[in-house]
Design a protein around this ligand. Structure first.
Ligand code: ZN
Length: 431
């Protein structure tokens, strides 16, 4: 399906360093090792509701990965899915008396608008689950043929992956069985369903139920796909095995990313699915994680509708580190709006504090596991020096020089390319 328009990406002089990221599977910060073209898969939305700030924070984190790789001279093949058929979508459509296809299309369109407004670089492949069903069915048949999957004999036609035969099971999350069972029950699994070989076995294919949409399935059994095989199939079809980063929110560590890896590794008899599994932390509101079940969501589209500058939303979310659970507050947004105005006042000057150290510092901070707070602090210091008239860069604050000609424009380019914040997007005010 269509992604969204790409923002302009300024080219900066020189190139940035190797990107290091925290890999959940290894439990440490590691250097990414992309080939000429880096490959990244980030799990997309289930389009039954609008994009909230927790989603936005996740896609912004991986947008930084994309930008840092590009600045280091790599091409990036970025893939994202849309889970346009799954239980939550059908449940919401049923609740609201709406066609599930129309609901999914509308929320996907809104997500595209939000990503465009936030200046997130679009995926090269944006693939819906429904479009991937033929590949998914072929994969489920392969697993059945090899005896790695089984159909329940309760007449439902439901097919499960036998994880006891998956040697890599547990390698991604590193969780013990009790933790896995608890998370499975909490996040859409069915550990207590009778007839499964192992309680943790994940659903590959759900046989047709009365009143639910269905497609021709494995061995002629109509139904619809499970969630984890969807991402495995789409990744295999676009970027293949051994890609550089599998990304998503920290609530995808288990079961989703564990089982996508298990499916793909069983299908190809190779490891690893991804070289690094990278997870963005959760955004909270009023002391709780922002989630649909708690009903405490702040939507990007709602903020846009209220006239909030999307660049301020972007800066507010990036002012915390991507791996730190953090809260959304009115003060956080107000601080980001003030910071954005300050940066914009400095950016329109003809001369200012030297740009080269800012560019080098931004590259160094972001390559270090996406230290966006550190990067933002560097731009704060530059803007303060420039606005104080200490543009000669000697740090004495006497403003005895005009500063470096063109430095503000160069810093604005660096902030745009690396942090994705456009400093000329709104009417800047000289001050
Ligand atoms: Zn996924």
């Amino acid at each position: 399906m269509l992604a969204w328009p790409a923002p302009l990406l300024p080219t900066l002089p020189g190139a940035g360093p190797v990107l290091r990221l925290f890999d959940t599977a290894r439990g440490e910060v590691v250097a990414t090792t992309p080939d000429r073209v880096a490959r990244m898969y980030v799990c997309g939305i289930t389009p039954y509701d609008a994009t909230h700030l927790g989603h936005a924070a996740t896609y912004l984190a991986f947008d930084l990965v994309n930008r840092v790789w590009r600045d280091a001279g790599h091409g990036v093949h970025y893939v994202q899915n849309v889970t346009d058929i799954d239980d939550p979508l059908l449940e919401r459509a049923e609740r609201d008396g709406e066609d599930w296809v129309v609901l999914g299309m509308r929320e996907t369109a809104l997500f595209r608008e939000d990503m465009t407004a936030l200046r997130v670089l679009p995926p090269d492949d944006y693939v819906g689950a429904v479009a991937a069903i033929p590949q998914i069915v072929a994969h489920v048949e392969t697993l059945l043929d090899e005896g790695l999957a089984y159909a329940l004999d309760d007449g439902t036609g439901d097919v499960y992956h036998d994880v006891a035969q998956a040697p890599g099971f547990g390698d991604e999350s590193g969780y013990d069985e009790a933790t896995m069972l608890a998370l499975s029950a909490e996040r859409g699994g069915d550990p207590d369903r009778p007839g499964k070989r192992n309680r943790l076995d994940p659903l590959l294919w759900r046989g047709r139920r009365e009143g639910e949409p269905s497609w021709p399935g494995p061995r002629g059994t109509a139904g619809r796909p499970g969630w984890h095989i969807e991402c495995a199939a789409i990744a295999l079809d676009t970027i293949g095995m051994g890609f550089d980063v599998q990304g998503g929110g920290s609530d995808l560590v288990f079961p989703h990313h564990e089982f996508s890896a298990v499916h793909a590794e069983a299908l190809t008899a190779t490891k690893p699915f991804a070289r690094a599994y990278v997870h963005a932390a959760m955004i909270g509101l009023d002391g709780e994680k922002m989630s649909k079940s708690r009903g405490n969501l702040v939507f990007v589209s709602k903020l846009r509708g209220e006239g909030v500058d999307p660049m301020a939303v972007r800066l507010a979310l990036l002012s915390g580190h991507y791996r730190t659970d953090r809260a959304w507050t009115a003060d956080l947004l107000a601080a980001a709006e003030e910071r954005l105005a300050t940066w914009r006042r400095a950016a329109v000057r003809g001369a200012g504090a030297p740009a080269a150290p800012v560019l080098a510092g931004l590259r160094e901070r972001l390559a270090d596991d996406l230290d966006s707070p550190g990067a933002i602090a560097l731009v704060d210091a530059w803007a303060a020096a420039t606005l104080a008239g200490d543009g000669d860069g000697d740090g004495d604050g006497d403003g005895d020089g005009d500063g470096e000609d063109g430095a503000p424009a160069m810093v604005a380019d660096a902030v745009d390319a690396l942090l994705g914040v456009d400093l000329f997007g709104a009417a800047p005010q000289e001050g």
